[in-house]
Design a protein. Sequence first.
Length: 147
Amino acid sequence: MMPQVSRLIWKSFYSAEKDSFSLEGMEYFRNMTEPPVLQLEILRGATGFWGAYKNGLLAGVLATKKDRVVLLFVGEDFQRRGIGAELIKFAAKKCSGEYLTLDSTPSAVGFYEKLGFVRTEPEKLEGGIRSLPMRAEREVLLKKLTK
C-alpha cells in the first residue's frame, strides 16, 4: 500500500511543481515521501493518514498532525472532481482547534483560497521547498464544504 501512496504523491507533486522547485527541493520532497519514511511517520502515531478511493482506486491522500494538514495530494486522473475538498472537509472535522493550518505549494494556493484559506506569512524556502503558510477557520470551512 505504501508504494502506491508514495507514487500518487510523487506523480502529483512532480506534475504540478517541476517548474517551480529547485532540484534540491525536488530531491528533498521525494526522499520525505518514500514508503519507509511515510510508514515511520504513521507508526510514530504523530501523523494521521487517510486515503480517498474511487472505484477501488486510490484517488487521494491526506495526512494531518493535530490541527495541521501536512500532506494533501489527489492523483492526476482524479483532480477537479471534489476529492481534495472532501479531504479538507474530513480534516476540518478531525480538527479540534479554531483553525486548520497548512503550508501550500505555490500551485495549490488558488485551490486553498477557494475553500477559505488565507495566507498568514510570506512564501518560505526551506531545503529547496517553496511553501506559503495558510490557515482557515474550522467552522467556516465546515459550513462552506457541507453546502
